[in-house]
Design a protein around this ligand. Structure first.
Ligand code: 5RP
Length: 240
């Protein structure tokens, strides 16, 4: 697949999700290249008069939205949102996700949890039978990082998951720091057969701020492929 067609698919998914955005909505704005397409298209609608109030999930997205004249808020001012639209690194048929490839998972999860609905926009290459081909990002406090990493290793091993755990770097020898001031550990566990069990174990580790398994948060996934955009889940927000 060419770079152009991958970008075209991301934009197609973003455009399809934008159809559900209506006047007066409070929106969460995701982070990453797919979410950036959504913000860009939203900016054009705002220029045409659409009135929405948005909470960005990263400083990167904040800067993009600001440059497009999109009205911004914070979760302190606007603690409940109608819809968050975000990308994902992987998803499965049960709407479980791996996120955090862009290093924004903690804020993304907080914003998604504050939203009545979460739409994921992705190209079809992100679809997985079993999550885990994409190394699972885990956001950890800088204090006690080595101990926390040992705990993460143990948590994985308890479920038969072993694989290199790498502290993410922004440049060689320079650790990546999230907007919240934390490190990201990328856990190459391979296939995660029981994401719920791993999620519970990781969440119980004191130094773990949060992890990239998003379970029970996405309400619909817009999957763009060569034949168009397919939707799994429920876009209306009514319970199924
Ligand atoms: C950022 C994320 C992104 O949504 C995820 O990495 C997908 O990014 P892209 O749309 O660039 O593939 O979770 O933390």
């Amino acid at each position: 697949m060419s770079a152009f067609s991958a970008e075209a698919m991301k934009r197609a998914a973003a455009r399809a999700a934008l159809d559900s955005v209506t006047h007066g909505m409070r929106l969460g704005l995701g982070t990453g290249s797919t979410a950036a397409h959504f913000v860009d298209l939203l900016g054009a609608r705002v220029k045409d008069g659409l009135d929405v109030l948005c909470v960005p999930t990263s400083e990167r997205t904040r800067a993009q939205a600001e440059s497009l004249g999109i009205a911004l808020s914070t979760l302190d001012e606007t603690p409940q949102l109608d819809l968050t639209v975000d990308g994902a690194d992987e998803f499965d048929s049960r709407l479980r996700l791996i996120k955090g490839g862009g290093g924004a998972l903690l804020r993304e999860k907080i914003v998604a949890a504050a939203s009545t609905r979460m739409f994921v926009i992705a190209d079809a290459t992100k679809e997985a039978q079993t999550l885990g081909a994409f190394p699972l990002p885990v956001e950890i406090d800088r204090f006690g990082a080595r101990s926390t990493i040992l705990h993460i290793e143990r948590a994985g091993r308890g479920l038969g998951l072993v694989g290199p755990l790498t502290v993410r770097e922004a440049a060689p020898g320079e650790r990546f720091i999230t907007d919240g001031g934390h490190y990201i550990v990328d856990c190459a566990f391979g296939a995660i057969d029981d994401p719920e069990a791993l999620s519970a174990r990781l969440s119980a580790i004191p130094g773990v701020m949060d992890h990239g398994l998003f379970i029970g948060l996405a309400t619909a996934i817009f999957i763009a492929g060569a034949e168009g955009v397919r939707i799994i889940g429920n876009i209306s927000g009514d319970s199924i």
